[in-house]
Design a protein around this ligand. Structure first.
Ligand SMILES: Nc1nc2c(c(=O)[nH]1)N[C@H]1C(S)=C(S)[C@@H](COP(=O)(O)O)O[C@H]1N2
Ligand SMILES: [Mo]
Length: 306
């Protein structure tokens, strides 16, 4: 397993993997109804190489990362996904890549795992609600997948869709969002080497409540862009409509770059609460990746294109 290189965090901040694995095994025997991670699916991941660009901040504990979630398909409460996401069946799973591509393909998840080299990347995920987590994700660059199918010259945006199945995702019977959950990126954002499709975290397959079996992670953007349980990726010419934009265009812009200078209409974005210890830190422009991504938005007014 890759070793994390980060300063010694307080013991309360980190759950050693051996401890959470044991706890998970223990809890698995105790039946449903507890706010513990849903059991991972049977599949195991190929080894992941450590990634040199990882943050050295303390990791959020596995319990917090898997017990405090946004996954509206299972409810709007932060503990709903941990309690209810056991009904999601992430195996077998396939992802359709279609639209403006040279070779439209339906990938079985096992093919994706076998075809693309996995890396462990420690990224902060910052929610627009002004909290953040630091998670060791396991995944591969979205660009690797897009390169494999080949883009046509008309591919300008990427539209993503989550599974639609109210039997597996019971809150899809509500009207809180327009289902399936949809998100989108501009093609240069999608091809950026920081953008990954994650299939695991903390050395394990992705827990259901975190978006099993495959989700997007775009580290310089607010968490809602990082769509979970993806079944469809469509390359398109026109900017796609996202679920949050359709619901609240004033609150959730298409670009949604982490930007402490652009207020959410109902609260400021200057600071964020770290979930691992409750401490507040100043929010950084592009979540700390300005050097890598600011050029993508050169000449754009980010207050207008928020
Ligand atoms: N399909 C789907 N993807 C989703 C969401 C959702 O409700 N449904 N919530 C988003 C939001 S608002 C955030 S902050 C992150 C949370 O990821 P986490 O639960 O792994 O912390 O997932 C994002 N992806
Ligand atoms: Mo979020």
């Amino acid at each position: 397993m890759p070793r994390y290189r980060y300063p010694e965090p307080p013991p309360s901040a980190i759950t050693p993997k051996s401890a959470w694995l044991n706890r998970r095994r223990l809890m698995a025997g105790l039946g449903a109804g507890l706010a513990v991670p849903s059991l991972a699916w049977a599949r195991s991941l190929p080894p992941a190489a450590p990634w040199p660009g990882s943050t050295d901040e303390p990791l959020t504990s596995f319990e917090v990362a898997t017990g405090y979630n946004n996954f509206f398909e299972f409810g709007t409460g932060k503990d709903d996904p941990a309690r209810l996401a056991h009904s999601l069946r992430p195996d077998p799973w396939s992802v359709e890549v279609t639209g403006e591509v040279e070779r439209p393909t339906v990938f079985d998840l096992d093919d994706l795992l076998a075809s693309f080299a996995l890396e462990e990347r420690i990224y902060r995920l910052r929610c627009v609600e002004a909290w953040s987590k630091v998670i060791p994700w396991i995944g591969f660059p979205l660009a690797d997948l897009l390169d494999a199918v080949g883009l046509t010259s008309r591919a300008r945006y990427v539209a993503f869709e989550t599974l639609y199945d109210p039997e597996q995702m019971p809150n899809q019977t509500s009207t809180i969002l327009d289902w399936p959950y949809r998100e989108g990126l501009r093609i240069d954002e999608a091809m950026h080497p920081l953008t990954i499709l994650a299939v695991g975290m903390y050395g394990e397959v992705m827990p259901n409540q975190n978006g099993a079996p495959i989700r997007l992670v775009v580290p310089w953007k607010y968490g809602f862009k990082s769509i979970k349980s993806v079944v469809r990726i469509e390359l398109v010419e026109d900017r796609p409509i996202t679920s949050w934009q359709a619901r609240q265009p004033r609150e959730y812009g298409f670009f949604a770059n982490v930007n402490p200078t652009v207020r959410h209409p109902r609260w400021h974005q200057a600071t964020e609460r770290r979930l691992h210890d409750g401490g507040r830190i100043r929010t950084e422009m592009f979540n700390g990746y300005a050097e890598e991504v600011a050029h993508l938005y050169a000449g754009m007014d980010l207050a207008e294109n928020f």
